[in-house]
Ligand binder design. Structure first.
Ligand SMILES: Nc1nc(=O)c2c([nH]1)NC[C@@H]1CN(c3ccc(C(=O)N[C@@H](CCC(=O)O)C(=O)O)cc3)CN21
Ligand SMILES: CC(C)C(=O)C(=O)O
Ligand SMILES: [Mg+2]
Length: 264
């Protein structure tokens, strides 16, 4: 078992200490990230875009997620390992249990699913079977075709629905949340209302933890970076130093700054 567990993150939430999360898709980066003091590693389905060059996360398969979770697990030096359930891998309760079981057997400590309150029974079933769930809310990239682009979520009337989803899923036993691209005040409110750690990306400074795609914070992702991205390699002289700078910036509250977040 990893040195950092859900218990560690729950204690950090209770004491107000911020924690950081980065993606990794291979053993070497997993080693570097976990050695640098990052509390959790996400084997994100963003690998479909970052590693495979697709323009969305939809083509990512279970076999690919299993392979990368195994690679990351071998390199991991004690971080909590979270693995994404890819597009359509949790479309029915039976499939969800089978696929989550495969990611746990590959070395994940937690599985992450994108979606809202309709996942209540799924979360219950998984927890009962020994699989802690992280629920990804807000801009859920697997629904890019529903949203019509990568757009901020939870503005106006949608804010109350998002808060209700978070509360119901926490009640159902979700162990963690990721909030992506939601207004800063909404992320603050959800973080206060749920009793489990909330990880933000483009959600402002008030969530319990922060997550970024590793390649984004190293400044090597092609194209215009999203608003929430900061290049930590620009002022560091090595990749490990950049990762340590990210961890320190999150702990000290200097990242994310106001300019990295979204208004209501
Ligand atoms: N390299 C990479 N980084 C990521 O953070 C990431 C991926 N890939 N792939 C999967 C999803 C897609 N993500 C994205 C992609 C684009 C935006 C984006 O351009 N957002 C606009 C918001 C526009 C608005 O105001 O509504 C931005 O300006 O940040 C956000 C998240 C996050 N995830
Ligand atoms: C952007 C993060 C939260 C993610 O889901 C991924 O990397 O796939
Ligand atoms: Mg993802």
């Amino acid at each position: 078992m990893a040195n950092i567990t859900l218990t560690t993150l729950n204690k950090m939430k209770a004491s107000g200490e911020k924690f950081s999360v980065l993606t990794a898709y291979d053993a070497t980066f997993s080693h570097v990230v976990s050695k640098a003091g990052i509390e959790a590693i996400l084997v994100g389905d963003s690998l479909g875009m970052v590693l495979q060059g697709h323009d969305s996360t939809l083509p990512v398969t279970m076999d690919t997620m299993i392979y990368h979770t195994e690679c990351v697990s071998r390199g991991n030096q004690g971080a909590l390992l979270i693995a994404d359930m890819p597009f359509m891998s949790f479309a029915s309760p039976e499939m969800t249990l089978i696929n989550a079981g495969k990611l746990m057997a590959a070395g994940a400590n937690v599985v992450k699913l994108e979606g809202g309150s309709w996942l209540k029974e799924t979360v219950q079933q998984l927890s009962r079977n020994g699989v802690p769930c992280c629920i990804h809310l807000g801009l859920t990239p697997q629904s890019v075709n529903v949203f019509g682009g990568y757009k901020v979520q939870g503005r106006g009337d949608a804010a109350a629905q998002l808060l209700a989803d978070a509360e119901q899923l926490a009640e159902a036993g979700a162990a963690l949340f990721v909030l992506e691209c939601v207004p800063t005040p909404l992320a603050k409110e959800i973080t206060k209302r749920v009793n489990v750690p909330v990880i933000g990306i483009g959600a402002g400074p008030d969530t319990d933890g922060q997550v970024l795609v590793l390649h984004d914070m190293l400044g090597i992702t092609p194209g215009k970076p999203a608003r929430f991205v900061k290049n930590f390699l620009a002022e560091a002289d090595s990749i490990p130093a950049a990762i340590e700078a990210f961890s320190h910036a999150v702990k000290s509250g200097t990242y994310p700054a106001e300019e990295h977040g979204f208004k209501e």
